[in-house]
Every structure is written in C-alpha cells, then in structure tokens.
Ligand binder design. Sequence first.
Ligand code: AHR
Length: 493
Amino acid sequence: MNSIKIYTGQRKGVISKHIYGQFSEHLGRCIYEGFWVGEDSPIPNTNGIRNDVVEALKKINIPNLRWPGGCFADEYHWKDGVGPKSKRKYMINTHWGGVVENNHFGTHEFLMLCDMLECEPYICGNVGSGTVQEMSEWIEYMTFDGQSPMAKWRRENGRDKPWKLKFFGVGNENWGCGGNMRPEYYADEYRRYQTYCRNYGDNKLFKIACGPNSGDYHWTEVMMKEAGNMMDGLSLHYYTVEGDHWEDKGSALEFDEKGWFQLMKHTLLMEEMVTKHSAIMDIYDPQKKVALVVDEWGTWHRVEPGTNPGFLYQQNTLRDALVAGTNLNIFNNHCDRVRMTAIAQVVNVLQAMILTEGGKMLLTPTYHVFDMYKVHQEAELVHSIVDCGDYEFGGEKIPQINVSASVDASEKLHVTICNLNPNKTADIRLDLPDFKPSAVRCRILTSDTMNKHNTFENPNALTPVDFKGCAAAQSGLKLELPKMSVVQLELSK
Ligand code: AHR
C-alpha cells in the first residue's frame, strides 16, 4: 500500500499562476494558422485571430504567453512587424523550415491576442542579432505614454495608449541559437542590455535573463554571481526526449513500454535540475528574490510522418499527459523558487495544448491536464509526504506516483496525483491529519492504451471523467489509482 500524508496546516507559499504559462513562437503552424488566420479567413476570427483557439485557452486560465520565440526571438526585428501589413518587410525564418515570414503577426497583433486571452504578455527581446537600441526602443514603443519618437510611431500605427508589459526576456538560449555565447560573455551582455530596458511611468518590467540549458550548472553559477542582482528571473530550458541522447527522439504515437518508461524517467530529471539550480541560486540569492523561470519544457518527439521537419508538429498521447502532470507537480512543489514556466508550445508545436487542421481544432490530453491542474493557480502549497513503491522496467526503477497539494482561498484542498506505471494500479492511503473532508470531487484522465490520443475524426477519445476509485477511510481517503492515470481531487470541509 502506498501512502500520501497531507498536512494542510503546513503552508509552504503560494503557487504562482504563472507556473501555468504557455509559449508561442513563429514556428511551423503555431502563430500562423494556430492563432492568426487573417481577417478575411473563412475560419471564424476576431480581427484575424481565430475564436475557437482563444475560447479553449481561456477555459484553462492561461496566465501568460511567451513570444516571439525561442530561437526566432534572436533573429526577430520588431520594427519589421508594425505598421500597414502590406508594407511589412519579409524575412526568412532560418531556424524553422526556412519559410518566408511576412511579419503580418507583430507587436500589435500579439498584444491584442493577450488582451483577448486575458493573460500577461511575456516578450523575449533579441540579444543574438539585435542591438541594445533596438531592444530599448521596443520597450519605449510598447510602454511609454509621453511624447517620444517611438510613442509617436505607435500612435501613428493606431494605438494611442501604451500597453502594460511586465515580463521581458533579455535574449533566448544565448548559449546556443541565441549567439553561442559563453556564460561569462552573456552575463556582461545581459548587464548591458537590461540597463536600457527602462521602466516608463508605472510600468515595471520583470526582467528575465537567459538561464541554463538543462543541467549546465556552471551557467547558473556565473549568471547569479555576475548579474544576479540585476534580474528578476533566470530561465531554465529542459525538454523531455525519449532516448538517452538529444538526437535520439522517439515517435509520439508508436512506442512500447521501453519508450514509456524512458520518457517518465527523463521527465523526473526535472526534479533534480530544479533542485540543483535552486541550490546554486540560494547561495547568491538566499532571499529568493530571483525566480527560476522554466520557460521551455515538455516532450520533444519526432515530427509526425509526412510533416515538415522544421515545423515540430507532433501528436500528443496519454504518455504526454503524464509528463505534463508530473512536471506540474514538480513545479508546484518548488513554488518558492519556480514562480513561472512556459510549456513548449501552445498550438501545433511540440507538446501542444491544441492541434488544428484548417478550420478544425482538437484539445490534446496535455490540455486536459492543464484544465485539471488549474485549481492550483494562486493556491497555497501544503506539505505532502509520499511513501510509494517503484515502477520497475528493464532493471531500472522510478517512483510509481507523484503528487502536489494546495489549499485555495475558500479553503478547499486540491490534490493532483500521477500514477506512472502502465501495468499496475496504485492503492493509496491518503492521510489528512488536520483536514476532515465532508465532500470530495474527483476527476481522472486515463485509458487502457498507452498511446491513446485525440484525432480530428475522434477529438474526444481521451478526456477527463469522474473518478470512482475514491472512498472514505479512517483518517482520510482510500484511493485506487488506475494504471497510467492523472487524478485530481477536490476536498471541501
Ligand atoms: O521550442 C522550440 C525551440 O527549442 C525554441 O525555439 C528554442 O528556444 C529551443 O531550443
């Protein structure tokens, strides 16, 4: 019997809603088709942005949206993407398929999208191929209310009042696609660029520095030492791939138990990375002023056969749902340092919430996990202790279950649990020493098939349903968590 003990009296800080953030890049069919279809499209839209996608994302309370990249951010020149669309400059999207980018979706369109989604924009500036002046003028263009060249230009382009902009990234992956810099060099560049990211009026930027790739602890060390006092957040990118090497990606749909196990094992490395990067940050920032911003995470599989390799379009199964649930549990449990994340990416790219095909749209299993977990947003993390058996495969083992728990403003307790074992039910005793529930609501996402997924022909093949395997026990609950499942419990006093 596995056991989970939850101490609702031991509050461990607020789970920021920004842990549930999303990422949208000019990559494949994320921006174009995923969001932007243009005003003249037969697909129902508002000012060029498709309505179905916006409606679906609003339901999961997306708190922030990162844009324009990714690697694209460090070759994006924002001035090419404002003003009359017919006059906007074309460019080649060299990172992603070499396609021609017409810049029809630019600053105004992105900020309009964020208004429609009722979420905070998170803009990433160009360090790799841009200039300090270009970055500084972008912020002036978006946020300055007075008389200035950039504010005047914004008004000429149809926007009188400045936007509110909080989250601003100073470059992306500057250790790689963002300029192949060494941390010592980037730290100095970061110091210089961020100096000119001004706060105009009452707009206060939350500046996010480019952080490490996965387990590159040296990068974190250098950044915290050299520039820790000039940033609000340090990013971390870690993707889950099936194989043991980056090149060794697996298929999203066709995998056996080895592929299942490997992906779970690699996902759990997020716990180690967050812990170790946080420990380094603690040395330079014991008061935890700087947030660890995991602004790219999720599964990276081979592209769907027959699709453009540069478009990173992949299907999404129950296995991806377990990856999402496990990562979100890890982030919730580290909410003292992890205060913002963005899964890659929101529509049609990598571990997406939504897939589209022309006018059709489907919600992925990962979307449903975000829907089930949204109850944790802005709730207080409570102390939980898990004592569980292992899931063993091929001579290796990982913990069978993982969990996070929070109490919301109305004192409801929310618990999310993942059973990573595709063969075995997890019998769990859930002890609640200081919480006597009088009502319990449970939902579950599961299937008998490891690669269960939604298709345009059958978009509701895998959706959450009520969970019946939950019964009252002496000091809490008894749960029978089916193999490979994500469960969400809501307990009221
Ligand atoms: O999300 C796809 C790409 O992965 C991003 O552009 C880049 O930052 C990362 O390498």
